[in-house]
Design a protein around this ligand. Structure first.
Ligand SMILES: [Zn+2]
Length: 420
């Protein structure tokens, strides 16, 4: 027991709120992260090196997993190594991480949301992907996680038809659909299509009435954008049949985006949304610049996950100027994450004024060299990044956890930041 602990216990016994110095005990460098508490939001940006995976634990304990990592196999030199190591697949590492931080009474994950159908977000299926115990589908990413951890509901952009803008039928998606078919039939798994505009699809499952100041607003998917009025939406894309054969938007531009609000705190996440297509800048197609419109729908936020791993074609100036984040987390999985031009946009006070702290889950040696300035400017370039929002949302902190082991050890702590 530290000298600080004894008076803290007396205060808590007397029913008094813990003072700031006691909250700072959370952030003892070298100790495991203190578990989530009722009323807080924890947003874990889990680094497996192989794709994105975010776990959100909401104020009443509802859990929301956004993307499930799992790009395989490693392809050096362009890919980052699997963290903690390559003895397990990325999906299994994510499942183990989630199990460690879920509230003890949780049986599994309440929501698993796939932002878009790419292997680094849902788990790529390759020639030698192992089979599930039931032999009905192979294991990678979400299907691997479900092998280790119950999932109550899956949300994606295309259930049940998987036909927008064209039939989606690669090996990874076919396997995923086999997984959904088996799970809905045998385990009672629920599946829904994400519906832009709504604020009642991703909800607190256990004690929503206690947290009326909490909301998740569905902003965008499939070219459909929330207008800011009620639940109304508008379609940014013209009808599919009018799209030029040789100039089609890629899967990234259909990514799901949503905003979490908790009192004054706001957080944005939007998969691999992108803006810039410099080759067609002189005659941009209607879908060329999705990102800024989504940014305006979100409005200013306190924190965000960078789009598309901080790639060159994402996190454009108008998008960042609309969001004006105090904290940015970049989930990287390859060389070039983040790219030098994206890094310059994110760090420039001409894009938006004020301070900002930027955290990257992983930076390769090549990226550290080419994205010049990142070593000095980033708050972190290695490790899981956890945003912990205090009860009510007035303030939040950021913890960087060691990703070489499963100890959840805090390597660095930042904040508190005041929500705006
Ligand atoms: Zn991606």
């Amino acid at each position: 027991m530290t000298p600080q602990t004894l008076p803290l216990i007396s205060l808590l016994l007397a029913g008094m709120a813990a003072p700031a110095w006691a909250q700072a005990l959370d952030s003892q460098i070298g100790a495991p992260l203190r578990p989530w508490r009722e009323g807080e939001i924890d947003i874990h940006h889990i680094n497996t090196g192989r794709g994105e995976a975010q776990l959100l634990i909401l104020p009443d304990g509802t859990s929301l997993l956004v993307d499930m990592s799992g790009k395989t196999p490693e392809r050096p030199p362009f890919s980052l190594p699997t963290r903690p190591d390559s003895s397990r697949a990325p999906g299994e590492w994510v499942a183990r991480y989630v199990r460690r931080v879920l509230p003890p009474e949780a049986e599994g994950v309440d929501y698993a949301l796939i932002s878009h159908f790419h292997g680094d977000h849902m788990g790529a299926i390759v020639e030698d992907s192992p089979w599930a115990a039931n032999r009905a589908y192979r294991l990678s990413g979400i299907t691997d996680i479900a092998e280790h951890l119950p999932i109550a509901k899956v949300i994606d952009r295309a259930w049940p038809d998987y036909d927008y803008p064209r039939p989606i039928a690669d090996r990874t998606v076919n396997n995923y659909r086999a997984f959904l078919a088996w799970q809905t039939q045998h385990t009672g798994l629920e599946v829904e299509r994400f519906q832009p505009g709504r604020a009642d699809q991703l909800v607190l499952k256990y004690d929503a009435r206690v947290y009326p100041q909490f909301q998740i607003r569905n902003l965008y998917a499939n070219g459909v954008l929330w207008t800011g009025q009620g639940d109304a939406t508008r379609n940014l894309f013209p009808p599919v049949e009018t799209w030029p054969e040789d100039d089609q938007p890629d899967e990234n531009k259909f990514s799901i985006a949503f905003r979490i609000s908790y009192g004054p705190f706001d957080y944005f996440t939007g998969g691999d949304l992108s803006s810039i297509n410099e080759e067609t800048a002189l005659a941009p197609p209607a879908w060329g610049d999705v990102e800024p419109l989504v940014g305006h729908a979100a409005g200013p936020v306190d924190a965000m996950k960078a789009n598309h791993h901080g790639s060159w074609d994402s996190n454009s100036i108008p998008f960042l100027a609309a969001l004006r984040p105090r904290v940015i987390v970049i989930g990287s999985r390859a060389d070039g994450h983040p790219s030098v031009n994206t890094w310059r946009r994110m760090t420039s006070r001409r894009v938006w004024p004020g301070d900002r702290d930027i955290f990257v889950t992983n930076v390769s040696t090549a990226t550290a060299t080419t994205t010049y300035g990142i070593a000095e400017t980033a708050k972190s370039t290695q490790g899981h990044v956890v945003i912990r929002v205090d009860e009510g949302g007035a303030s939040f902190r950021v913890f960087v956890l060691d990703d070489a082991t499963e100890d959840m050890r805090v390597n660095a702590a930042f904040g508190p930041y005041l929500s705006r």
